[in-house]
Design a protein around this ligand. Structure first.
Ligand SMILES: [Fe+2]
Length: 468
């Protein structure tokens, strides 16, 4: 094993220089969500089975994929790296990556984040450290840290670097989550011009259009670039999920169900965690919009049942819980909730999220499906301003706001429901559904004139959709 350096100033212990070149191909595939990423890693490990960064990547991939079996695989990889670290056979950067993998395996995501940020101070072009810390901040609901982590290293990259566009896309999405929509759109579109297959950048602009409620423009944006972004791995289904959100606001439920059946749940067997998050979140939204989703919850049960013992991300576990609560047995639900209750008491970063907000949301999900809307409302309203900690995007977490609203209306909290809807129409005035719901709540509270005005707003939006 010798030490080699790549053109980004990164040092590698490897058996040959060609391993470093192969690692770079792997990182490019990883950054681009390319379907061949796993195959590239396999080839690298076949060529250089002891290369520390290749072993570390395999451990990282295990943690990223999530689930009990993958967590165990990551621990085995960590076990292979630790003697190398003890024997001082690793470069300083590789030792830090090993420490980060160890922290991740122990559930100490906050420690892992600090280590990745330390790596970036010394190696600002370590893409893997950047991508991992970025997603850690994403799943901590910490948009500002996401934004600042990227901005901190961008000046150390030349703008003609082959991976520079990915940084722009990451920065764009972080800006969007921080509410800087104009800058987010400008930078996101630039990233897509550089590389239209960069699905994260396409996604960043899709978020901007969703937040601005430019539903028609959003559909046009995604459809116009579909041939490019749909070449990526299962992350492409999240972009179809975004397309469905635009159609939802336009009342185009038939299109949504078609996309759901044909695409969103077409590869559940791959166990990509985001697939169930997309599906569960969309099914519940459809139900809130009055759509009969038939037996679709049932088709998610097998995957959810396979993840009741996971201890990766509260955000993901809550989405696995939804199909179980909607269509599973009492034992299914109990198994997942019992795991959350045990996890809540661990000394892990996500345990604090469970204690602060996750358990309230989990119980509310179950209570809603038991028809206990008043109790669910109390859980959700007490946790309301802490849901950011669950992570995910504003668009994804909006489901929790919608659930609280539903609970308020069904749980006998009419005035609170009216207040929530007043907030909603103020923030999202281009949603006909919001206005109709608002009108209904006003009517129920005896405010007839205000209800008629709200109905008119809804009708104006419907007419704009169907001018004929
Ligand atoms: Fe998204």
């Amino acid at each position: 094993m010798n030490i080699f350096h790549d053109e980004d100033g990164l040092d590698f212990s490897a058996s040959s220089e060609s391993s470093v070149r192969q690692y770079r191909v792997l990182v490019e595939a990883f950054m681009g969500y390319r379907p061949q990423t796993g195959g590239e890693l396999k080839c690298l490990l076949e060529a250089d089975p002891q290369m520390p960064m290749a072993l570390c990547m395999k451990g990282y991939f295990g943690k990223m994929m999530g689930g009990v079996k993958n967590a165990e695989r990551a621990r085995i990889l960590l076990g292979a790296l630790q003697p190398l670290k003890t024997g001082q056979a690793l470069t300083c950067r590789e030792a830090w990556h090993t420490d980060a993998l160890e922290a991740w395996c122990l559930g100490r995501l906050d420690d892992a984040a600090l280590i990745w940020e330390k790596i970036l101070v010394h190696y600002p072009r370590d893409c893997v450290a950047l991508r991992l810390v970025y997603f850690n901040h994403f799943y901590s609901g910490d948009s500002r840290r996401m934004r600042d982590t990227v901005a901190r290293v961008m000046s150390r990259w030349e703008d003609d670097h082959p991976l520079y566009g990915y940084l722009l896309g990451m920065y764009s999405f972080a800006l969007e989550e921080c509410g800087d929509l104009d800058q987010a759109e400008k930078i996101g579109r630039r990233a897509v011009e550089i590389n239209p297959e960069d699905s994260w950048s396409v996604h960043a602009v899709a978020h901007v259009l969703e937040t601005r409620q430019q539903h028609e423009a959003g559909i046009g944006w995604l459809k116009g670039l579909e041939a490019d972004w749909s070449t990526v791995n299962n992350f492409r289904f999240h972009l179809y999920w975004h397309q469905c959100l635009y159609h939802l606001e336009r009342g185009e439920f038939g299109i949504i169900l078609d996309i759901y059946d044909r695409l969103l749940v077409s590869d559940l067997g791959s166990e990509f965690y985001l697939d169930v998050c997309n599906a569960a979140s969309l099914l519940w939204r459809l139900e809130l919009y009055g759509v009969d989703v038939g037996e679709r919850w049932h088709t998610l049960l097998d995957v959810s049942r396979g993840h009741v013992q996971d201890r990766d991300l509260v955000f993901v576990s809550l989405h696995y819980l939804m199909p179980l609560a909607a269509a599973g047995t009492h034992d299914d639900v109990r198994a997942l909730v019992a795991n959350l209750e045990d996890w809540e008491n661990a000394e892990e970063t996500q345990s604090t999220v469970l204690r602060s907000v996750g358990m309230d949301v989990a119980h509310a999900v179950c209570l809603m499906r038991e028809g206990e809307y008043d109790r669910a409302y109390r859980r959700l309203s007490s946790a309301r301003y802490r849901t950011d900690l669950i992570g995910g995007s504003h668009a994804q977490r909006d489901l929790f706001a919608l659930l609280m609203l539903d609970c308020a209306r069904r749980g006998g909290h009419g005035l609170e429901a009216e207040g929530l809807l007043a907030e909603r129409v103020a923030l999202r005035p281009h949603s006909g559904w919001n206005w109709l719901q608002y009108s209904g709540a006003l009517q129920e509270n005896g405010r007839r004139e205000a209800a008629e005005n709200a109905t008119r707003q809804a009708e104006l939006l419907t007419c704009a959709l169907n001018p004929s």
